[in-house]
Design a protein around this ligand. Structure first.
Ligand code: SF4
Ligand code: SF4
Length: 250
């Protein structure tokens, strides 16, 4: 696949920091990551809000779109369990990853990286335009429009069509939440919890999952499709937001 005009690039270290920013968004304790001669502290949020906007759905597969995989150069990061799972799925795809040393809270550790800064991601199926490793993709691919948005020391767990996706003209229009969208949402949080667990970083993931589950059940009982409206860039609940506002996790 040819190189795209708007391609952006990120260093290995930037991508490691980004990866652990995702983890810190649901962590309950501060931790320190070292890479080469650099170190960075990650603080847990003092407050976490599950936004009502999380409860809307999309899938890149619906649009046959791989722009995030082609326009954005990035370093894919997997932990040991994830790379082992990928091996069971496909040797060819897993062989793209190489070991990289990091230090977590003074303890030597490792991650597995695949740098596709200078090419379209090698997991793209260029004939049919989808991810060959769907379900095994790195955390950053799981969260393109699902966000763990930190504002000062509060994290909002939400879905938004912002950031790099404007530049790429992301075609997604959010739809009312479906069962499949709900499963994808909870499995994404679980992926993040599993990633953190491998490195001994405690999270509030279980609590977040319980609250998301309870809210979804509540919504299913009260809403039907006519309770949503489609607007450019997203679908919003027509109901008074006070009725289904954000959920305070803490
Ligand atoms: S791993 Fe899959 S989703 Fe992630 S950049 Fe590569 S092709 Fe895209
Ligand atoms: S541009 Fe939008 S639809 Fe396309 S891969 Fe990225 S998030 Fe998915």
């Amino acid at each position: 696949m040819e190189e795209k005009k708007f391609k952006t690039k990120y260093s290995v270290r930037d991508c490691i920091w980004k990866q652990f920013e995702y983890v810190s968004a649901i962590s309950t304790k501060a931790f320190k990551i070292g890479h080469g001669k650099y170190e960075k502290y990650f603080m847990p949020p003092s407050r976490t809000i599950i936004s009502q906007n999380l409860f809307r759905q999309y899938s890149c597969l619906d649009y046959n779109c791989t722009r995030c995989c082609s326009y954005v150069g990035f370093v894919n990061i997997l932990n040991e369990d994830e790379v082992a799972n990928l091996y069971t799925f496909s040797d060819k795809e897993a062989l793209l990853y190489v070991e990289e040393d990091i230090i977590i809270n003074e303890k030597p550790s490792k991650i597995f990286i695949y740098d596709h800064n200078n090419s379209v991601c090698g997991h793209v199926n260029s004939e049919e335009n989808y991810c060959n490793i769907y379900g095994y993709e790195p955390i950053h691919c799981v969260f393109p429009l699902m966000k763990l948005k930190r504002v000062r020391d509060t994290v909002y767990i939400t879905r938004e069509p912002y950031g790099r996706n404007w530049l790429m003209k992301c075609p997604v229009v959010f739809k009312p939440m479906t069962e499949m969208g709900f499963q994808y949402t909870t499995s994404s949080i679980r992926r993040l919890m599993d990633f953190a667990r491998e490195y001994g970083i405690p999270t509030k993931g279980e609590k977040i999952l319980t609250l998301i589950y309870d809210r979804y059940q509540e919504m299913k009982q009260m809403l039907n499709e006519s309770d949503f409206e489609e607007v450019e860039g997203g679908a919003h609940f027509k109901l008074d937001t006070k009725e289904f506002g954000g959920i305070d996790v803490d």
